[in-house]
Design a protein around this ligand. Structure first.
Ligand SMILES: [Zn+2]
Length: 113
């Protein structure tokens, strides 16, 4: 019973992360011809992340809808807007919004000036 909650070895987690990155790359390449296939790649990447208990990098997290898990391609099946210091992704297949703040970027720019 105890083993169930144990983390997977770090070596395996590293390989899993690599696989997730490759799957997102493939999803991007396949989107134009087979949009359903790229949704499948997203699903598989999520399953790998769950199995190896690793979080998908935030840059990749923004590439799929967190409500219906479909792959998002700006201007194809989602719209991207900047409002109130947030990036708003509107998924056209499930008609839900996802908002991500970009305060850290603004703070970094202010610190530089
Ligand atoms: Zn959606």
């Amino acid at each position: 019973m105890k083993r169930k909650h144990q983390k997977k070895p770090i070596e395996q987690q590293k390989i899993a992360l690599e696989r997730i990155k490759v799957l997102f790359k493939e999803a991007k390449a396949a989107f134009k011809e087979y949009p359903k296939l790229s949704d499948k790649y997203v699903d598989r990447a999520r399953k790998i992340a769950m199995k190896y208990k690793i979080s998908i990098p935030s840059s990749l997290k923004k590439q799929f809808c967190k409500h219906c898990y479909c792959y998002l391609m700006p201007a194809e099946n989602c719209t991207v807007r900047l409002t109130k210091q947030k990036i708003v992704y509107y998924c056209k297949s499930c008609k839900h919004y996802a908002r991500y703040p970009y305060n850290t970027e603004i703070k970094a720019r202010r610190a530089r000036l």
